[in-house]
Design a protein around this ligand. Structure first.
Ligand code: ADP
Ligand code: ASP
Ligand code: MG
Length: 814
């Protein structure tokens, strides 16, 4: 025979009950026992109604009516004819509930004892309804109230079963039974003094396990709303998958550490009796589910079988020099807790013996604090130990797997993954069996932590990058297009899943935790909120997603001021904005230090040469021990474009206008024309080469006139270019006479850097530099005569976007 338990804390639909019936009909159910838990989320509703009633809130009546409705409605739909007697019986049963609620309304108090009476209605009603429906569908079913079989102590809310008596009762009852199916309400029981008790949250699983163990069932089937025990809670980790097989011990650890698909002690009775458990999905009965049985060596490649968590943990620390080397402290400590029936979930003791740290349910924290301080009153008064320290709003996360002990480096990987995601670990414990490695972290980090760990241990294949873009202009648009276009390729080939979760322009900002739809991203701005850098930052922190990357595609100093806060939260920064790297050296240095200290990345390849790999190449030269002796470069795509198109047939003003129009200049072209932009770039290269230089150390010989340089506005500037046309024509004529080309050159040599316009003679590598190209020549110890040359388009939205993209991928590959 089998024991089948039907859960359904959230489902109470007709379809659900129909599925239950067809599962029972298609199963070999001779003499089987069916344990049902409360359907349609009724346990919570009952508690809610009780709470409202004692708060003198009349709304409890609505909750009551809703409970009544669900059950009578189910009966009416499932048994359309001759249902009067059943409905009458339900109304009768619920009348008692109504009186109880009315009593609570007057009484003002919900004791654990009454609470048990209250929640018991859920299982009792649900099992009645299911039995009647089964009978109406011609199944030979009989209902038995488990309160008459399962006997407990009087620990209301979480009663302990009196094993001998209960087993006796179960055996006796089932001995003479001839029905095919017996229906029992789960979770409910009675104390030996005859009061109603319950077996704790999820206690129906325990009822089912007790029956299965006592009757030596061939299998215990747990039918629930998920297709098995998953690698992690499927509600929090989208990528989680069902585990085919688990050993009893693994299942026990997983459920103990929060996988509430099984109630923890459930495994114990069936484990003792060696009865396999099958977890199946009532709504998807054909899914394979999870089989839990006595396998000493489950043959699986991945030693980590699941990742779980428990919320609402309080961490208590007992510390003081008076504990060192003196036996008996922990005994007294844990005895004190045991006397108060406080369950210890987690213990670690530093090897210095200076502190004992343990985790308990936060509900017990106040009591624990009081009783422990009382126990150690004397030592505390003598200052041998400190009053107990209590921290709350914590959670435990745990990796589970029988075989973890045979592999090295699992905890290393666990903690480096947490560290990379800026998750602070408050305490660590590893069971001696090495079946579980657990850590205490802030509750607000749980979702991020288990997703990051899941990715690390189960999805080695894919890594999700969560990108936040500020500055969706020309370049930003291209970047989004490129990410959209390459999305599938990256996922398949590089195993990187790039999502844009937040984006902002100067007016609006928008977020979508599951990733903005990139096919139609402009429309997501339609209902967007007003843009604000601080709120943007706060949203990024609130979302708290793993592998977050902040991308700055502006030229705005204000945006660059936010890099440090992002890096401090281990959020990587990718920027094409040069202001941070070319600002004060201390800023540049600080950002790099933050990236190292917070185990994150600060990348800005596009600061020099747009998409050309200039900074990366220089970094590689330096890292490999080469010494750069000099750098000569044309670093301004816009200036190169201007001087390639300016001649005695054109005029300077129009040429600059055209460069701006085609998107090769900075938003303010004076930044390019004045040479500042080039000065910033050579400064950044000098710094990457190890030079502690400031922008004022760069010699900048401007080719502009005084009037150009002193113009107030952009319009003024353009007017002055027109007026000074002769000045520019003279420059051109001189170059032409010398058979040279005008190029704006940056140079770094002997620790000095300069920028300025030069006449480049024929034959020089710069002479034929076309369009908006850049060229960089590195002369190094390894490249003394023939320099290492990088050349290509050095401006433009597409190439800049692809440079940003490369930085993002680089972070993904890290
Ligand atoms: P039932 O009412 O059937 O007892 P529960 O709500 O008690 O259902 O348990 C099933 C729920 O357990 C799932 O809906 C899921 O949210 C949660 N859960 C937590 N961790 C896991 C896990 N590792 N695998 C499967 N489910 C899990
Ligand atoms: N109905 C109870 C609860 O929600 C028992 C159970 O579902 O197992 O905890
Ligand atoms: Mg459950």
């Amino acid at each position: 025979m089998k024991v089948l338990k039907f859960g359904g804390t959230s489902v109470g639909s007709v379809k659900y009950i129909n599925n239950v019936i067809s599962i029972l009909k298609s199963n070999a159910i001779d003499k089987s026992v069916v344990v049902v838990s409360a359907i349609g989320g009724i346990t919570d509703k009952l508690l809610h109604a009780g709470k409202l009633a004692i708060d003198k809130d009349e709304n409890y009546k609505d909750v009551f009516l809703n409970i009544k409705d669900i059950h009578t409605q189910l009966v009416k739909e499932l048994i359309p004819v001759e249902n009067e007697a059943i409905i009458f019986a339900i109304e009768n049963k619920l009348e008692k509930l109504n009186s109880l609620l009315e009593g609570l309304y007057l009484l003002n108090e919900l004791t654990p004892k009454i609470s048990d009476k209250l929640v018991s209605f859920g299982e009792l009603i649900s099992s009645y309804v299911i039995t009647e429906v089964l009978k109406a569908r011609d199944l030979d079913a009989v209902e038995k109230n488990s309160q008459e079989l399962i006997i407990t102590n009087s620990n209301h809310g979480n009663a302990e079963v009196i094993q001998e008596e209960t087993k006796e009762n179960i055996k006796k009852y089932f001995k003479s039974l001839n029905n095919k199916v017996t229906i029992l309400p789960g979770f409910v029981a009675k104390s030996n003094s005859g009061e109603e008790t319950t077996l704790g949250r999820g206690g129906s699983d325990y009822t089912a396990a007790l029956i299965a163990a006592t009757l030596k069932a061939e299998v215990l089937e747990i039918w629930t709303d998920v297709s098995g025990m998953y690698t992690s809670n499927p509600k929090l980790v989208k990528q989680a998958t069902p585990i085919d097989q688990l050993s009893f011990q693994e299942a026990m650890e997983l459920s103990h550490f929060g996988a509430k698909v099984l109630y923890p002690p459930t495994v114990q009775p069936v484990l003792d009796a060696n009865i396999p458990i099958l977890i199946k999905n009532t709504m998807q009965p054909n899914d394979k589910g999870t089989k839990i049985f006595d396998v000493s060596e489950v043959s699986i490649k991945n030693p980590v079988r699941g990742i779980t968590h428990i919320n609402d943990i309080a961490l208590l620390t007992l510390q003081g020099s008076g504990m060192v080397g003196i036996p008996g402290f922990s005994k007294r400590l844990f005895e004190t807790l045991a006397q108060e029936r406080i369950n210890v979930i987690f213990i670690t003791q530093a090897s210095s013996e200076h502190a004992i740290c343990f985790g308990i349910d936060y509900k017990d924290a106040d009591t624990a604090q009081t009783v422990i301080d009382k126990t150690f009153e004397y030592e505390i008064a003598l200052k041998k130990i400190e009053p107990i320290l209590v921290e709350t709003e914590l959670s435990i996360i745990a990796l589970i797997g029988d075989n973890m002990k045979n592999y090295q480096g699992i905890s290393g990987r666990m903690f480096s993954t947490l560290g990379k995601n800026n998750i602070n670990v408050r305490a660590i414990a590893q069971g001696a069996s090495e079946r579980n490695i657990s850590a205490v972290i802030n509750e607000s980090d749980v979702k991020k932590a288990i997703n990051a760990l899941h990715e690390r241990f189960f999805e080695v294949q894919t890594k999700q990058l969560n990108v936040f873009v500020v500055g969706v202009g020309n370049v930003g648009e291209r970047l989004i297009d490129q990410i959209e276009q390459q999305h599938n390729f990256l996922k398949q080939k590089l195993k990187i899943d790039v999502r844009i979760v937040g984006m902002a322009n100067s007016r609006k900002m928008v977020f979508n935790e599951t990733g903005i739809d990139l096919e139609d991203w402009p429309s997501s701005f339609d209902f967007a909120e007003q843009s604000n850098l601080e709120r943007f930052f706060n949203r990024v922190l609130e979302l708290n997603l793993r592998n977050s990357i902040f991308v700055d595609i502006t030229a705005d100093e204000k945006v660059s001021e936010w890099y440090a806060p992002y890096l401090r939260h281990s959020i990587s920064v990718v920027a094409c904005n040069k202001i941070a790297c070319s600002g004060p050296y201390s800023t540049y240095k600080n950002l790099h230090d933050l990236a190292i200290n917070f185990n994150t990345s600060f990348l800005y390849e596009t600061n020099v040469g747009a998409g050309l790999p200039v900074i990366n190449t220089l970094n590689n030269l330096v890292a490999s021990g080469d010494k750069v002796t000099s750098i000569e470069a044309v670093l301004s795509g816009s200036l190169n474009f201007v001087f390639n198109h300016f001649s005695d047939h054109t005029n300077f003003h129009d040429t600059v206008k055209r460069a701006q129009f085609e998107g090769y200049t900075e938003p303010d072209p004076r930044i390019d024309l004045s040479g500042i932009d080039v000065a910033r770039k050579i400064l950044i290269l000098a710094r990457e080469n190890g030079g502690e230089m400031e922008i004022d150390d760069i010699e900048n010989k401007s080719f502009l006139t005084k009037a150009n340089l002193e113009s107030y506005s952009l319009d003024d500037f353009y007017d002055s270019l027109k007026e000074d046309e002769t000045h520019f024509q003279e420059m051109y004529a001189s170059a032409k006479a010398n058979n040279a080309q005008l190029k704006y050159v940056a140079e770094f040599k002997n620790g000095k850097a300069m920028v300025g316009l030069r006449e480049i003679p024929e034959g020089h590598p710069f002479y034929n530099l076309e369009g908006k190209d850049n060229i960089v020549m590195f002369y190094t110890e390894r490249y003394p005569e023939q320099p290492l040359i990088i050349k290509g388009a050095g401006a433009g939205a597409d190439v800049t976007a692809s440079g940003l993209f490369a930085d993002i991928i680089k972070i993904g590959n890290k």
